[in-house]
Design a protein around this ligand. Structure first.
Ligand code: FCB
Length: 478
């Protein structure tokens, strides 16, 4: 794929389309011990030897906690009209329960006011994986009480910021929280217990439902509540019945386990059956499914690459396809009979295949799965080995090509009838990429991790032009 391969006709987007960038608290804020913040599971995990590349952690990250005015100015200068960020739970409610710390909330109030003053619409994610450590010590997401605690926290943040933030996202990618956090253990808290992973999935769903009603009880009716799912595009290696059964198994564990209860009020029967040797699902209590199935105002979809599977047929297991790190424990409970395969094609620095057709497929699937619900791409982007050139600039033509191809796929989905309202590029700037530490750069703004200097890459100028004009530039933007 090359940036010189121009589409025949200009690719333009609807006038009200939302053009944003996304980040999350632990990946950018730093200031982990300031103003009353207590450790989250990611502080503990990243400070545990062997858990992250080079022992990297988010103690300083990119120091956004202190540099947010500069970061907001950068976005405004580029011409973005939206910004998706997350709130650090242990900054506003250090023990995960009880009263809020005002100074913690004040940070987010200042950030939001700065955004609004510059015409950038904030989209607030309540939970991007950083559970207060105290709640993990009490059992974490496998315990029902964590869902109640999450609703209480949601209400606190909703009361504090509901007057100025209209776009709300309860959970980011609950699949990663449940199955990487408690299954394969490559994410915090690093547990490797398949039954606990499924319990966590249910209590994340319950937390989403409870938090959604808590938000609605304290916020103006105009505000919109959504959830961001990293639903997988699961494809079979061959059209054989055995490979199609493998697709069903992984589709249930990646997608149906969340969108089933959230959108349709039920777990897929095939999921319950396939996991019956792992768990009896007795923690799904009467009324839970009704609580989880709250009416939503939008659905967030995060997309990076598709997943290719087949029946294992006794063959040695391939890559686990969790994308976020290697583990000998599977993030797919009850799917020992499924093998994962590398998809063909060009790859990013993460080893993820570049396949924009998957984004189109994902959007069209959810246009069918959730008819009438506006869709947002709440994350999409790529890591490349970006370097500052002798001229002081960072040229990243691969990222521009990636963005152009994926935005063209979004446009095609809109033409095909999907109600896609916006796109948030992952990420605004290079940051702490979880188990990969600072080794993977997803930003459209380069960060020198020694000096913390920010330098917009060519892709930032390119994406800024897209945001300002609502069209993909026909000639490369220098
Ligand atoms: C997503 C996460 C985000 C970042 C990107 C690359 O799964 O939500 O924080 O790690 O992947």
């Amino acid at each position: 794929m090359s940036d010189s391969a121009q589409p025949a006709t200009p690719v333009t987007f609807p006038p009200a389309f939302v053009w944003g960038a996304a980040t999350s608290a632990y990946q950018i804020e730093g200031a982990v011990r300031e103003d009353g913040r207590t450790p989250s599971i990611w502080d503990t995990f990243s400070h545990t030897p062997g858990k992250t590349a080079d022992g990297d952690h988010g103690d300083i990250a990119v120091d956004h906690y202190h540099r947010y005015p500069e970061d907001v100015a950068l976005m405004a200068g580029l011409g973005l009209n939206a910004y998706r960020f997350s709130v650090s739970w242990s900054r506003v409610q250090p023990t995960g329960r009880g009263p809020a710390v005002q100074v913690g909330l004040d940070f987010y109030r200042r950030l939001v006011d700065e955004l609004l003053a510059r015409g950038i619409r904030p989209a607030l994610t309540l939970y991007h994986w950083d559970l207060p450590q105290e709640l993990e010590d009490a059992g974490g997401w496998p315990e029902r009480d964590t869902a109640q605690r999450f609703a209480e926290y949601a209400q606190i943040v909703g009361e504090a910021l509901g007057d100025r933030v209209e776009q709300w996202i309860t959970l980011n990618e609950p699949w990663c929280s449940a199955f990487l956090g408690y299954g394969s253990g490559v994410h915090a808290p690093g547990r490797t217990d398949p039954a606990a992973a499924l319990r966590a999935a249910h209590h994340l769903n319950l937390g989403h439902g409870l938090a959604t009603s808590a938000l609605r009880s304290v916020m103006p009716a105009r505000n919109q509540v959504a959830i961001s799912l990293n639903s997988s595009v699961v494809r079979p290696l061959s059209p054989s019945p055995a490979d199609l059964a493998a697709v069903r198994r992984i589709d249930d564990l990646a997608n149906g386990v969340f969108h089933g209860p959230v959108l349709h009020g039920a777990y897929p029967a095939t999921l319950l059956e396939a996991t019956s040797t792992v768990t009896d699902w007795s923690y799904v209590l009467d009324g839970d499914l009704r609580t989880i199935q709250q009416p939503l105002d939008a659905l967030g979809l995060n997309y990076y690459t598709p997943t290719l599977v087949s029946a294992a047929d006794g063959a040695p297991d391939g890559p686990r396809a969790d994308g976020h790190g290697a583990s000998s424990f599977s993030p797919w409970p009850g799917a020992e009979d499924v093998a994962f395969h590398q998809t063909a094609g060009e790859r990013t620095e993460m080893g993820w295949t570049v396949d924009p057709s998957g984004l189109h497929e994902l959007i069209m699937r959810y246009a069918r799965e959730a008819p009438g619900l506006p869709l947002y791409i709440t994350e999409n982007g790529a890591a490349y080995e970006d370097k500052v050139d002798a001229d002081g600039r960072v040229h990243d033509p691969e990222r521009i090509a990636y963005l152009r191809a994926h935005l063209t796929a979004v446009r095609r989905a809109i033409t095909d009838g999907a109600d896609v309202r916006g796109y948030y590029l992952w990420s605004l700037m290079d940051n702490f990429e979880w188990a990969y530490g600072y080794a993977k750069r997803f930003g459209m703004v380069h960060v020198d991790f020694a000096t913390l200097e920010r330098t917009p890459k060519s892709s930032a100028r390119w994406y800024g032009e897209v945001a300002r004009t609502g069209a993909l530039p026909e000639v490369p933007v220098a």
